[in-house]
Ligand binder design. Structure first.
Ligand code: NI
Ligand code: MN
Length: 219
């Protein structure tokens, strides 16, 4: 069983049987954050999809405090280096494949956004999770679905910076995860959305679970 907790915005904590992962931990200054960086404990990996401040957030500080590995695309990993994390705690990979880290495998996949954007595939305990990062709708989401067959897809629906609910419905149909959860909405006025609209568009296609920041679900 794998437990996923939404910490608000694009921040998620994923608990596998033998390791804990946090993704895009933007907590300080995040009006929707359900926790603070100081409260994040027992994390083994800190994953960052890209270097925008609402994703990089408190990642370096949390990695330091938890002696966790910082995982991102090479360019983003330089922030961890500049932040004083030792080299052996920094994993600057690139898009292309799944890589073995013992209890879990982690891979970067493309995202369509400004800067050096990525999504993550995380595999552990026989489950696969796709965190799309900040992205527009793009056709290779079908390829990501075909290749990795995610059990869970975490998709931005806020619009303005990413897909809105209508684009995200088509994305979810291409990815075909068992469970699909919206994120990156209602943090700020510019990304105000009704997640029920997203859920209605996916009735009978995938199990849409709408969490509130601080809530968890299991798969
Ligand atoms: Ni961004
Ligand atoms: Mn963002």
């Amino acid at each position: 069983m794998v437990r996923l907790s939404w910490l608000g915005h694009a921040a998620w904590q994923i608990e596998f049987s033998r390791c804990n992962v946090i993704i895009d931990p933007f907590l300080k200054g995040n009006p929707s954050a359900s926790t603070s960086p100081e409260e994040v404990k027992s994390v083994d990996f800190v994953l960052v999809t890209h270097d925008h401040s609402d994703h990089l957030g408190d990642a370096v500080e949390i990695a330091k405090a938890n002696k966790a590995k910082f995982v991102s695309i090479f360019e983003t990993s330089n922030y961890a280096r500049k932040g004083g994390l030792p080299d052996d705690m920094i994993i600057g990979m690139n898009i292309g494949s799944l890589n073995d880290f013992g209890a879990i495998r982690i891979g970067l996949v493309p995202a369509v956004h400004s800067g050096n954007p990525t999504g993550f595939i995380i595999k552990g305990d026989g489950k696969t999770i796709y965190h799309a990062g900040d992205t527009a709708l793009f056709g290779d989401m079908k390829l990501i679905g075909d290749m990795y067959k995610p059990n869970v897809a975490l998709l931005p629906i806020g619009g303005f910076f990413t897909m809105g609910p209508d684009e995200a419905v088509l994305a979810a149909k291409m990815i075909k995860a068992d469970v699909t959860m919206p994120m990156h909405y209602n943090t700020f006025e510019a990304i105000k959305q009704d997640p029920e609209r997203f859920a209605r568009g996916l009735a009978g296609v995938t199990d849409v679970r709408i969490l509130k920041p601080g809530e968890s679900t299991e798969i």
